[in-house]
Design a protein around this ligand. Structure first.
Ligand code: ADP
Ligand code: MG
Length: 395
């Protein structure tokens, strides 16, 4: 079911309570990466243009229901003001008399940023009293906090029990369009590339994707669990012994569904888990005693590049190797470049580390969609319904 968009409600003169994800990295009172703030700008600007009164709410860090100076959203207000080109008033709390009077004094097009919602214990408990207090501040609820949509908290879900008009912002709309709709009814061939540290993290994603894709290309540490399960020697590579049976079951399910599973046919291996360790390429998929797999090898890269190049939809979650280290980053960057080069395909990237790899590779602008959510995008890829989306009005 498609969710109603902020474009489909009237906003002029309304108090538009907008849940954003401003959980940004801050060092010494200065925001060090504004990506999440920038991602919310188009929704905020739209509400301003429509003459709505923008009340912004977000969590920040994990203060566990206590007021903590080091987890105040105060550093965000001046930066947001600069990005928007208009004043942003900062409220000392997210509920209470002072906030109420600030909101009452707002004119159309004004922007107020509320203090961290997690300063109140009720937030993470999805407490109805707090939800009602939030709802009392708003005429229209907009959820644009995709990164927090997998949590049922007062500001992401509970508030919707007490508000009539509840819609998604542009960022949220785009995230659910790409990670939900475009994957559920993908143009074929649909190739998913999965990597990262652990098979156990990605099992539900693999299970959800098997009925939808034509091929799953596996890399990263999780490849070694699959190879070990097939009886291939994997040396000192990271293998989840207790997941080997499950890996075989997944392979069988994929085969039964006619899905091609790509596993590395060669590797870049190192002596130790270290950036400066002695390294070499393997001749085939076996890894010798005393070596550990830290990246996919050149033959595997070629194979994966070909499949990515022929696809109409490509979804990527999880690096192919320890890309943080230059000597083991080639496989990961090759995937990024192959996706970027396929201009005919819908290309979607999800997962914190994969997104950072795409950004570092300089291919971000060529991707159709780069998800801003870590946990939330993974849960969508697992086929779960996100509470912060579920509670919004249907189209
Ligand atoms: P994402 O955040 O994109 O979902 P993950 O968190 O699942 O990705 O995995 C990313 C991590 O996996 C990276 O820190 C990377 O170094 C690690 N990784 C990838 N390949 C290997 C490997 N062969 N051995 C050890 N760690 C690996
Ligand atoms: Mg990660």
């Amino acid at each position: 079911m498609r969710k109603k968009s902020v474009k489909e409600v009237s906003l002029a003169g309304k108090r538009v309570w907008t849940r954003v994800d401003f959980n940004v990295p801050v060092k010494d009172g200065v925001v060090t990466d504004a990506t999440r703030i920038e991602a919310a700008l188009s929704t905020i600007r739209y509400i301003v243009e429509q003459g709505g009164k923008v009340i912004l709410a977000s969590h920040f860090g994990r203060p566990k229901g206590e007021r903590r100076d080091d987890m105040s959203l105060a550093p965000v207000a001046p930066l947001l003001s600069q990005l928007l080109g208009q004043p942003v008033a900062f409220a000392p709390d997210c509920i209470g008399a002072e906030v109420d009077s600030m909101i009452a004094a707002m004119k159309n097009g004004d922007v107020v940023l509320l203090e961290n919602t997690r300063f109140h214990k009720g937030e993470e408990k999805n407490d109805p009293t707090l939800s009602q207090q939030f709802a009392a501040q708003c005429d229209v609820y907009v959820n644009d906090a995709f990164g927090a949509a997998h949590r049922a908290h007062s500001s992401t879900a509970g508030i919707c029990d007490y508000v009539q008009e509840k819609v998604c912002g542009f960022l949220m709309e785009q995230e659910i369009e790409y990670l939900g709709a475009k994957i559920a009814a993908a143009d074929r061939p649909f190739v998913a590339i999965l990597g990262g540290a652990k098979v156990s993290d990605k099992i539900p994603v693999i299970e959800n994707l098997i009925p939808k894709v034509d091929a799953i290309l596996i890399g990263g540490a999780m490849a070694y669990t699959f190879l070990a399960a097939q009886g291939v020697s994997t040396g000192k590579s990271m293998v989840e012994e207790d997941k080997k049976d499950l890996a075989l079951q997944l392979l069988a399910k994929a085969t039964a569904a006619g899905v091609t599973i790509g596993l590395p046919i060669d590797h870049v291996v190192g002596r130790e888990f270290s950036e400066v360790t002695e390294k070499k390429m393997t001749a085939d998929r076996t890894i010798g005693e005393g070596w550990m797999g830290l990246d996919i090898g050149p033959q595997t890269i070629k194979h994966y590049e070909r499949l990515i190049g022929d696809a109409k939809t490509v979804l990527w979650n999880g690096p192919m190797g320890v890309f943080e280290w230059k000597s083991f980053s080639e496989g990961t960057y090759a995937v990024a470049h192959a996706m970027a080069a396929n201009t005919q395909a819908i290309t979607i990237v999800g997962g914190g580390d994969s997104v950072s790899a795409v950004n570092k590779s300089g291919t971000a602008a060529q991707m159709s969609h780069i998800s801003t959510g870590g946990g939330a995008s993974l849960e969508l890829l697992e086929g779960k319904i996100l509470p912060g989306v579920d509670c919004l009005n249907d189209k």
